[in-house]
Write a protein that binds this ligand. Structure first.
Ligand code: T46
Length: 141
């Protein structure tokens, strides 16, 4: 099964342009408790480098583009977000790194909970231990 879970959104388009709506438990598979967006990223920066213990998120690049690397502790996949009708679902215990922000990138993220620093795992080794793969390999060794 692919680590990257893409959600394609529908838009209502007419001669005035397009409109896309995102709704809890409809096209977003959880209750949306928080929305934040990342913009004005400087050239060459990277973000993320953590996983969440419980949080689920959907990320959508509203303008511009950026590249996510998602890692479940066993394998990793890279995906470019470059259109406002394509989101990715990032489930709990998935390590994320974000690169290659274009200067016009606006990355919007819908989250299943409020901001809790305690939900973050910011050390890769600790993340790896929390995953099924990490638990499994430590049991075998
Ligand atoms: C994620 C990626 C895509 C808040 O005060 N409230 C918030 O809701 C968030 C998300 C962050 N902050 C504060 C915490 C830090 O002082 O904003 C600062 C920057 O946060 P952070 O370094 O975690 O930003 P990113 O871009 O590395 O990661 C963020 C999210 O934290 C993370 O959950 O998946 O965007």
């Amino acid at each position: 099964m692919s680590l990257v879970k893409i959600i394609n959104f529908r838009s209502s388009s007419d001669e005035r342009g397009s409109l896309c709506s995102l709704e809890s438990n409809k096209n977003i598979p959880f209750d949306i408790k928080r929305v934040y967006y990342i913009f004005g990223t400087k050239p060459g920066v990277s973000r993320g480098f953590h996983a969440h213990r419980n949080l689920q998120q959907v990320a959508v690049c509203i303008t511009g583009s950026c590249r996510f690397i998602l890692d479940d502790g066993e394998s990793s996949e890279s995906i470019i977000l470059d259109e406002p009708l394509k989101g990715i679902l990032i489930e709990s215990l998935v390590w994320r790194e974000i690169y290659d922000f274009t200067p016009d990138c606006v990355l919007m993220v819908l989250a299943s909970d409020h901001y809790h620093e305690k939900d973050y795992i910011r050390k890769y080794e600790i993340f790896r231990e929390q995953t099924y793969h990490g638990n499994n390999s430590s049991k075998q060794s």
